[in-house]
Design a binder for this molecule. Sequence first.
Ligand code: ZN
Length: 181
Amino acid sequence: MINENEHEELKRRSGKLIQGTGLVLTPAELDRIEVADFGLGHPSREGAQILTLLQSERITVKLVVLITGQTLPEHWHPPVGTDPGKEETIRVLRGRLRLYVDGPDSIRPGVIPEGKESVYTCRQEHLLEPGQQHTLESDEKHWFQAGSEPVVFFSFSTVARDALDRFTDPAVKRFPPIQPD
Ligand code: ZN
Protein backbone atom coordinates (compact mmCIF):
# COMPACT_ATOMS: atom_id res chain seq x y z
CA MET A 1 0.00 0.00 0.00
CA ILE A 2 1.05 3.59 -0.63
CA ASN A 3 1.75 5.84 2.31
CA GLU A 4 -0.06 9.14 1.68
CA ASN A 5 2.89 11.44 2.56
CA GLU A 6 5.28 9.53 0.32
CA HIS A 7 2.62 9.54 -2.40
CA GLU A 8 2.20 13.35 -2.18
CA GLU A 9 5.95 13.92 -2.17
CA LEU A 10 6.51 11.74 -5.25
CA LYS A 11 3.64 13.50 -7.00
CA ARG A 12 5.01 16.96 -6.19
CA ARG A 13 8.56 16.08 -7.26
CA SER A 14 7.31 14.52 -10.47
CA GLY A 15 5.29 17.62 -11.36
CA LYS A 16 8.41 19.74 -10.93
CA LEU A 17 10.50 17.35 -13.03
CA ILE A 18 7.96 17.50 -15.87
CA GLN A 19 7.78 21.28 -15.68
CA GLY A 20 11.57 21.36 -15.68
CA THR A 21 11.51 19.98 -19.24
CA GLY A 22 9.68 23.11 -20.36
CA LEU A 23 6.34 21.35 -20.79
CA VAL A 24 3.48 23.41 -19.43
CA LEU A 25 0.98 21.57 -17.24
CA THR A 26 -2.27 22.94 -15.84
CA PRO A 27 -2.87 22.78 -12.06
CA ALA A 28 -5.51 20.12 -12.75
CA GLU A 29 -2.96 18.01 -14.61
CA LEU A 30 -0.39 18.39 -11.83
CA ASP A 31 -3.05 17.18 -9.44
CA ARG A 32 -3.84 14.16 -11.62
CA ILE A 33 -0.33 12.71 -11.56
CA GLU A 34 -0.77 9.12 -10.45
CA VAL A 35 1.76 7.56 -8.11
CA ALA A 36 1.75 3.86 -8.97
CA ASP A 37 3.36 1.52 -6.47
CA PHE A 38 1.96 -1.58 -8.18
CA GLY A 39 0.86 -2.87 -4.79
CA LEU A 40 4.47 -3.50 -3.76
CA GLY A 41 4.56 -0.86 -1.01
CA HIS A 42 7.86 0.86 -1.88
CA PRO A 43 7.11 3.24 -4.77
CA SER A 44 10.49 5.02 -4.67
CA ARG A 45 12.14 1.68 -5.54
CA GLU A 46 9.50 -0.05 -7.64
CA GLY A 47 6.91 2.33 -9.00
CA ALA A 48 6.29 5.19 -11.41
CA GLN A 49 4.55 8.54 -11.59
CA ILE A 50 2.17 8.66 -14.52
CA LEU A 51 0.14 11.48 -16.05
CA THR A 52 -2.35 10.54 -18.74
CA LEU A 53 -2.63 13.50 -21.12
CA LEU A 54 -4.96 11.89 -23.62
CA GLN A 55 -7.07 8.75 -23.51
CA SER A 56 -9.51 8.09 -26.34
CA GLU A 57 -11.00 4.83 -27.53
CA ARG A 58 -8.04 4.44 -29.89
CA ILE A 59 -4.98 6.27 -28.60
CA THR A 60 -3.29 7.16 -25.33
CA VAL A 61 -0.59 9.72 -24.48
CA LYS A 62 1.11 9.60 -21.10
CA LEU A 63 4.03 11.22 -19.36
CA VAL A 64 5.99 8.93 -17.09
CA VAL A 65 8.43 10.08 -14.41
CA LEU A 66 10.96 7.82 -12.73
CA ILE A 67 13.00 9.27 -9.88
CA THR A 68 16.64 8.26 -9.43
CA GLY A 69 16.89 4.48 -9.11
CA GLN A 70 13.16 3.90 -9.52
CA THR A 71 12.10 0.82 -11.49
CA LEU A 72 8.83 0.33 -13.34
CA PRO A 73 8.17 -3.41 -13.01
CA GLU A 74 8.31 -5.81 -15.94
CA HIS A 75 5.02 -6.06 -17.80
CA TRP A 76 3.37 -6.51 -21.17
CA HIS A 77 0.19 -5.38 -22.86
CA PRO A 78 -1.72 -8.50 -23.95
CA PRO A 79 -4.25 -8.80 -26.77
CA VAL A 80 -7.82 -7.89 -25.81
CA GLY A 81 -10.55 -9.23 -28.10
CA THR A 82 -9.67 -8.16 -31.66
CA ASP A 83 -7.06 -5.64 -30.41
CA PRO A 84 -3.55 -7.16 -30.61
CA GLY A 85 -2.54 -5.27 -27.45
CA LYS A 86 -1.05 -1.86 -26.82
CA GLU A 87 1.76 -0.78 -29.15
CA GLU A 88 3.81 1.82 -27.32
CA THR A 89 6.48 4.32 -28.37
CA ILE A 90 8.67 5.75 -25.64
CA ARG A 91 10.39 9.12 -26.14
CA VAL A 92 12.75 10.50 -23.52
CA LEU A 93 12.49 14.16 -22.48
CA ARG A 94 15.08 14.27 -19.71
CA GLY A 95 17.55 11.90 -18.07
CA ARG A 96 18.78 8.61 -19.46
CA LEU A 97 16.22 5.81 -19.50
CA ARG A 98 17.21 2.20 -19.08
CA LEU A 99 14.81 0.05 -21.09
CA TYR A 100 14.88 -3.74 -20.91
CA VAL A 101 13.36 -6.12 -23.45
CA ASP A 102 13.81 -9.78 -24.38
CA GLY A 103 17.02 -10.48 -26.27
CA PRO A 104 20.70 -11.18 -25.79
CA ASP A 105 21.72 -10.41 -22.21
CA SER A 106 23.44 -7.02 -22.02
CA ILE A 107 22.21 -5.89 -18.61
CA ARG A 108 24.69 -4.13 -16.35
CA PRO A 109 25.25 -5.75 -12.93
CA GLY A 110 23.32 -4.55 -9.90
CA VAL A 111 20.39 -3.13 -11.83
CA ILE A 112 17.66 -5.64 -10.98
CA PRO A 113 15.89 -4.80 -7.71
CA GLU A 114 17.40 -6.89 -4.93
CA GLY A 115 16.05 -10.42 -4.64
CA LYS A 116 13.85 -10.00 -7.70
CA GLU A 117 15.91 -11.73 -10.40
CA SER A 118 13.06 -14.16 -11.13
CA VAL A 119 10.52 -11.44 -11.95
CA TYR A 120 12.77 -9.26 -14.13
CA THR A 121 13.40 -11.64 -17.01
CA CYS A 122 14.11 -9.15 -19.84
CA ARG A 123 17.87 -8.66 -19.92
CA GLN A 124 18.58 -6.76 -23.13
CA GLU A 125 19.47 -3.19 -22.21
CA HIS A 126 18.72 -0.09 -24.27
CA LEU A 127 19.86 3.32 -23.03
CA LEU A 128 17.65 6.11 -24.30
CA GLU A 129 18.83 9.72 -24.12
CA PRO A 130 16.63 12.79 -24.45
CA GLY A 131 15.26 12.98 -27.98
CA GLN A 132 15.60 9.25 -28.57
CA GLN A 133 12.63 6.96 -28.93
CA HIS A 134 11.89 3.25 -29.05
CA THR A 135 8.79 1.34 -30.10
CA LEU A 136 7.54 -1.64 -28.11
CA GLU A 137 5.38 -4.03 -30.07
CA SER A 138 2.05 -5.32 -28.81
CA ASP A 139 2.48 -8.08 -26.24
CA GLU A 140 6.26 -7.39 -25.96
CA LYS A 141 7.58 -7.73 -22.41
CA HIS A 142 9.49 -4.71 -21.03
CA TRP A 143 10.58 -2.81 -17.94
CA PHE A 144 12.14 0.58 -17.25
CA GLN A 145 14.55 2.13 -14.80
CA ALA A 146 16.08 5.54 -14.05
CA GLY A 147 19.79 5.41 -13.19
CA SER A 148 21.68 8.15 -11.36
CA GLU A 149 19.25 10.91 -12.36
CA PRO A 150 15.49 11.20 -12.77
CA VAL A 151 13.89 10.45 -16.13
CA VAL A 152 10.83 11.93 -17.80
CA PHE A 153 9.48 10.25 -20.90
CA PHE A 154 6.46 10.25 -23.17
CA SER A 155 4.51 7.09 -23.88
CA PHE A 156 2.54 7.39 -27.11
CA SER A 157 0.40 4.33 -27.72
CA THR A 158 -2.69 2.68 -29.04
CA VAL A 159 -5.40 2.56 -26.42
CA ALA A 160 -4.16 1.69 -22.93
CA ARG A 161 -6.15 -0.73 -20.82
CA ASP A 162 -4.00 -0.50 -17.72
CA ALA A 163 -6.16 -2.80 -15.65
CA LEU A 164 -5.51 -5.62 -18.12
CA ASP A 165 -1.72 -5.21 -18.26
CA ARG A 166 0.16 -8.32 -17.17
CA PHE A 167 3.12 -8.30 -14.81
CA THR A 168 5.82 -10.92 -14.34
CA ASP A 169 5.82 -10.34 -10.57
CA PRO A 170 2.74 -12.11 -9.15
CA ALA A 171 2.81 -9.68 -6.18
CA VAL A 172 1.91 -6.74 -8.44
CA LYS A 173 -1.55 -5.23 -8.13
CA ARG A 174 -1.99 -2.43 -10.64
CA PHE A 175 -4.58 -0.42 -8.71
CA PRO A 176 -3.99 -0.94 -4.98
CA PRO A 177 -5.78 1.20 -2.37
CA ILE A 178 -4.06 4.22 -0.78
CA GLN A 179 -3.25 3.85 2.88
CA PRO A 180 -4.00 6.97 4.95
CA ASP A 181 -1.54 7.60 7.80
ZN1 ZN B 1 4.35 -0.75 -21.14
